[in-house]
Design a protein around this ligand. Structure first.
Ligand code: AHM
Ligand code: MG
Length: 332
C-alpha cells in the first residue's frame, strides 16, 4: 500500500523506525513525538496571530544576543520547554531565548538534552510570512541519575542523535533526521496529525538558486563577493542563477532542500562569526542537509565537526546542494 493510499502519521512512522533497531528503548521516539506535539501547539496559536490580542508584537525586551524578543518567541519557548519537561525523556534544554541551559531536576535519569530555536525568523511574524522552529537532540555524556550539565550540550554537531525543523508555511511541516535519511511530514489540519508527505528527501547536487542577504555584499570577504558576482553573471542576456531570500532561515533552507540551492550567512567585516548560531540553527540544519545528500560548512570546516565552546556561539554558514557548497570551499 503506498503513502497515497493510507496516511502514515508521524507517531506511526517513529514507532516503525524504532522497531527496525534491535536494542532501541523507545526514549528517542518518545522525545520526537513530544517535539511533534509541541509543534502542533505552537502551530495552533501561531495560526491565530493577528486575530487575538497579546500575540503579535514585541515582548519589550532583548535576548542574550541583544536581539528584540517577540511575544511569540516567548510563547513558543515556553511551550517547547514545558512539553519537553513533561516528556520524561529530556534531562534539560538550551534555547536561543534562554541565557543558560535549563536543567530539569526531576529528569535526572533522562538520556537526552534538546537545543532549539523556538521561533526562527521571528521578525517575519508581524508581516504574516513563514517562520520555523529548529531542534537538535544530543545523547547525554554525563552520568544518568545526576543533573545534566553544560558538557551534555557542548558536543560537536556530528554527535546529534536527531535534528530537524518545523516550518509554519502555507502548510505546516515537520522535517527530521535521526541519521538514517530525512523525512517530511505535513500537518493534516482536519485530524491534527503530522502525516508522511515527503519520504526520504534528497537534495539536488546542483541547482540555480542562492539565498543570501545581498545588502551585506560590501561587507563580505573578497572570495564571497566573487562567488556572488559569479551567481549574478549571465550567459549573454540570460541570467544563470536566481536569488531567493526572505530572511527566515527555515523558509530559505526548506526551499533549497526541496528544490536545490544554497543558503549562506557569511562573516561580515563587523561580525567575524556571521550572525547565525551554531547550536540552534547551523548544526541541526547541516545534519538534515547532509542526510539529504548536501553539505554544510563555515567556509573552511564541516559545520558538524566544529567543537563548540559556548552555547550561543555564532558561525558563518554555507549549507545546501553539494556542488554549490564545494564551489565555495574550492574558492576560499
Ligand atoms: P532569529 O533567530 O533571531 O530569528 O534570527 C535568525 C534569522 C534567520 O532566520 C534569517 O535567515 C536571518 O536571521 C536573517 O538575517 P538578516 O536580516 O540579517 O538577513
Ligand atoms: Mg534563529
Amino acid at each position: 500500500m503506498s503513502n497515497k493510499d493510507r496516511l502514515v502519521t508521524l507517531d506511526e512512522f517513529i514507532i516503525e523506525q524504532q522497531n527496525k533497531i534491535e536494542d532501541a528503548t523507545g526514549e528517542l521516539s518518545g522525545l520526537l513525538r513530544d517535539i511533534g506535539l509541541a509543534a502542533k501547539i505552537v502551530n495552533r496559536d501561531l495560526r491565530k496571530a493577528g486575530l487575538v490580542d497579546n500575540i503579535l508584537g514585541d515582548a519589550e525586551k532583548t535576548n542574550i544576543q541583544g536581539e528584540e524578543v517577540k511575544k511569540l518567541d516567548e510563547f513558543a519557548n515556553t511551550i517547547l520547554t514545558k512539553t519537553l519537561q513533561n516528556s520524561g525523556e529530556c534531562a534539560g534544554i538550551a534555547s536561543e531565548e534562554e541565557d543558560e541551559i535549563v536543567v530539569f531536576e526531576n529528569r535526572k535519569r533522562a538520556k537526552y538534552v534538546v537545543l532549539f530555536d523556538p521561533l526562527d525568523g521571528s521578525s517575519n511574524i508581524d508581516v504574516n510570512a513563514t517562520v520555523g522552529t529548529i531542534f537538535s537532540v544530543f545523547k547525554r555524556v554525563t552520568k544518568l541519575g545526576e543533573n545534566c550539565t553544560l558538557e551534555d550540550f557542548l558536543q560537536a554537531g556530528e554527535k546529534q542523535a536527531a535534528a530537524g525543523y518545523v516550518i509554519y508555511g502555507s502548510s505546516t511541516m515537520l522535517v527530521y533526521t535521526t541519521g538514517d535519511g530525512v523525512n517530511g511530514f505535513t500537518l493534516e489540519p482536519s485530524i491534527g496529525e503530522f502525516c508522511l508527505s515527503h519520504p526520504n528527501i534528497k537534495t539536488k547536487k546542483h541547482a540555480l538558486t542562492y539565498s543570501v542577504n545581498q545588502a551585506n555584499y560590501h561587507s563580505f570577504s573578497e572570495n564571497i563577493r566573487k562567488y556572488i558576482d559569479y551567481c549574478m553573471s549571465s550567459d549573454g542576456n540570460k541570467k544563470l542563477y536566481s536569488l531567493r531570500y526572505i530572511g527566515s532561515m527555515v523558509a530559505d533552507f526548506h526551499r533549497n532542500l526541496i528544490k536545490g540551492g544554497i543558503y549562506m550567512y557569511p562573516a561580515t567585516h563587523k561580525d567575524k562569526n556571521g550572525k547565525l548560531r551554531l547550536m540552534y540553527e547551523c548544526n541541526p540544519l547541516s545534519f538534515v542537509q547532509e542526510q539529504a545528500g548536501g553539505k554544510g560548512t563555515d567556509g573552511v570546516r564541516r559545520i558538524l565537526e566544529i567543537i563548540p565552546t559556548e552555547l550561543h556561539q555564532r558561525t558563518p554558514v554555507f549549507v545546501g546542494s553539494k556542488e554549490m557548497v564545494e564551489h565555495i570551499l574550492e574558492n576560499q
